[in-house]
Every structure is written in C-alpha cells, then in structure tokens.
Write a protein that binds this ligand. Structure first.
Ligand code: PHE
Length: 351
C-alpha cells in the first residue's frame, strides 16, 4: 500500500506539473480526487485493512490527498496570474479604418487656381453673391434696355427694390437686387476702392436662370481676372493665361483667341485651349475640333474705366472670366456638371 501511494505520488505531481491549462488540471482533479477517483478509491479500501495498518496508512493517505489538492490549486493560481497579466486587447487585430473627410473636386481645383495666380502676384478678392443690377449690369456697360442683358438671365429678389434703397452707398445709383450672374461686378467694386496698377482674381459663386443640362447649371462658380496698369496689353494676357494652364494641367498647351462680344470689353475674345486629352487631334472631349472653349476675355472697355472714375486715356487692362466647373470637368474627365451637386458619394469619394 505504502509503495502504491509513493508511485502514485510521483505520477500525479508530474502530471500536475505538465498540465497545459486549467481544463487539464480539472480533469486530473476528477481523475484522482473525484467520486470514483483513484485516491478516493484508495481511501475507501482503508476499511478493509487491519487497524494497525490503517493507523499508519490512513494519515499518510489523508496528507497525500491534501498535497494533491494544494498542488492543483497552486497550479490553477499560476494560470490565472498569467491570464491576468496578459493585455485584454488583442494587439494583433488590424485596426479599424477611420474615414476622414476630403475636399470636394471643385474645392481642389479652386485651391489650385488660387495658388497658381497668387504665385504670379495676383491678389485674391471676393464679392457679394446678392448684387445690385448696377454692378451686375449698368457699371459693366450693359444699360437697362440693352439686349445684352438677355445674355445673363437671372433671379431677381422680390424685395430687391426696397433693400437697394436702404442706407448703403450704392443705393443712390442702384435699382434692384439680384443673384449675380457673373463675377464681373467685383471688377467694379475693386476698382472703386483701389488704384492701379494691380492684378486680381475673383473666385465665386454665380447664378443663372436657365434650364439645366450636362453643361449648364443654375448655380456654378467662376474665376474672374482683372489686370490694370499703364500699358497692360493682350500679349500680357496671353502669357499669363498660357502660364496658368501650363501650371494647372502640368504641360504646355496652345491657346487660341477668337473675336467675341462682351459689353464690358473691347476687343472681346473667346479663349480656346488645345484639347488636354487628345492634344489637338480631335476626340470625344473636344467634339473632334481639337480645341476646348475655356473662357471669355478682352481689354477692359473705356466705359467701364469711366464708371470706376479712372481715366481711360491713361490706363488699360485685360479681364477674363472662366467657369470653375468647366475646368474641373476637363481636369478630371467629368462628363456632367450636375454630378458636382448631386451629393452622390460614389462620385465624391473618387477625389
Ligand atoms: N463675365 C463673362 C461671363 O460670365 C465672362 C467675361 C469676363 C468675359 C471678363 C470677358 C471679360 O460670361
């Protein structure tokens, strides 16, 4: 019996020591100390042996049982300690991607345009979106009855008359309020308060009362340009604008000037840019012409200088206006202007 206990002792303590986890220890507890466990069975046999032997073996068996219990508890405790020390988060799991916002394609292009012109020493100026018809039309040599007003059909403010008669400086000459149809009124606002020479660009939102389609919106953005000095001429304009497109599209592109009409410039020009996609060979973007219509421009009309109280005999300058959406559509190959304002994430998230 004593020998049996000694052998069992060696075996059990080795098993406890080698146990891999808490579950393995629990199995050992059942196997040896459980109701039908080996040590329990040994204790049960005590009643079958002689009193003397029972007095010797009995206490030994009891101590043995206690030692096994202690050893088991001890080892379970060790496993718990290890588990407690381990970090609760699994640092090997890949992190969740945090989605951060980004610029709208129009904002990206506007920032580019501002940066390029600023680098060429232009100042960036802004003006009001609700404008008086004086600045939007009259001051730009488009009098009341002039048919050229039809070129820019707009949204008139119902209470415009009343508002325009309010206290501000322009009310004496202004008549009605409207949503500006172009950024050109800022030309006049700037000239009224500044002396040449200067060069500015005016990015801003404009409005037109017209049917929408793939290339027309009632709400869009323009970039106006105005450079005035003693001898500013069209050659200067050509250089500035060619340099601008070179920096915006990252390559040298030809430009073409065609005669056109805007009441506030003389001569008036339409500027075409060599097709960015096909380089002039003709493709679906340029309608096989090799050229993209990109902006209106011209030399500031003497009447406009007069309205600003400048002397047209002493000064000259060029002005231009282009659509921001149009530039973005060319740059990113966007087929429909309405996509910019659709709020469709499948479109927006591509930028
Ligand atoms: N304001 C004109 C338009 O919106 C564009 C333009 C600006 C033309 C400056 C000439 C000079 O159509």
């Amino acid at each position: 019996m004593i020998k049996k206990i000694e052998d069992l002792k060696l075996k059990i303590f080795k098993l406890i020591e080698d146990a891999a986890d808490v579950a393995a220890l629990e199995n050992l507890r059942v196997q040896y100390l459980g109701r039908k466990g080996e040590v329990t069975n040994l204790l049960k046999t005590l009643k079958d042996i002689s009193i003397e032997e029972r007095k010797k073996v009995g206490p030994q068996l009891q101590t043995f049982k206690k030692e096994i219990e202690l050893a088991l508890d001890d080892k379970v405790g060790k496993f718990m300690e290890i588990a407690a020390a381990a970090p609760e988060i699994d640092i090997t799991i890949p992190g969740k991607k945090i989605s951060v916002g980004h610029y709208h394609p129009l904002s990206i292009v506007e920032k580019d345009v501002r940066r390029i012109f600023k680098a060429m020493n232009f100042s960036v100026v802004e003006g009001p979106e609700i404008e008086s018809d004086y600045y939007n039309f009259d001051a730009l040599n488009i009098p009341k009855s002039h048919p050229a007003r039809d070129m820019w059909d707009t949204f008139w403010l119902q209470d415009g008359q009343k508002l325009a008669k309010g206290g501000d400086k322009l009310s004496a000459i202004s008549h009605k309020l409207l949503l500006r149809t172009h950024t050109s009124p800022v030309q006049m606002r700037y000239m009224e308060t500044h002396k040449p020479p200067f060069q500015i660009i005016v990015p801003g939102r404009v409005f037109r009362y017209e049917a929408t389609d793939a290339s027309h919106e009632t709400n869009f953005n323009q970039i106006e340009g105005l450079m005035v000095g003693k001898d500013v001429n069209l050659a200067n304009f050509k250089f500035v604008i060619q340099e601008f497109f070179k920096r915006l599209f990252g390559k040298n592109l030809e430009i073409r000037l065609r005669p056109s009409y805007f009441p506030f410039v003389e001569p008036g020009l339409e500027v075409d840019l060599q097709c960015v996609k096909c380089g002039g060979k003709g493709c679906n973007i340029c309608g096989n012409s090799g050229w993209l219509e990109i902006m209106g421009a011209g030399m500031v009309h003497p009447k406009v200088f007069e309205a600003a109280h400048y002397n047209p005999r002493e000064l000259q300058g060029f002005a231009f206006g282009m659509g921001l959406e149009r530039i973005a559509m060319i740059k990113y190959n966007i087929p429909d202007i309405r996509m910019f304002y659709s709020g469709d994430l499948r479109f927006i998230n591509q930028f």
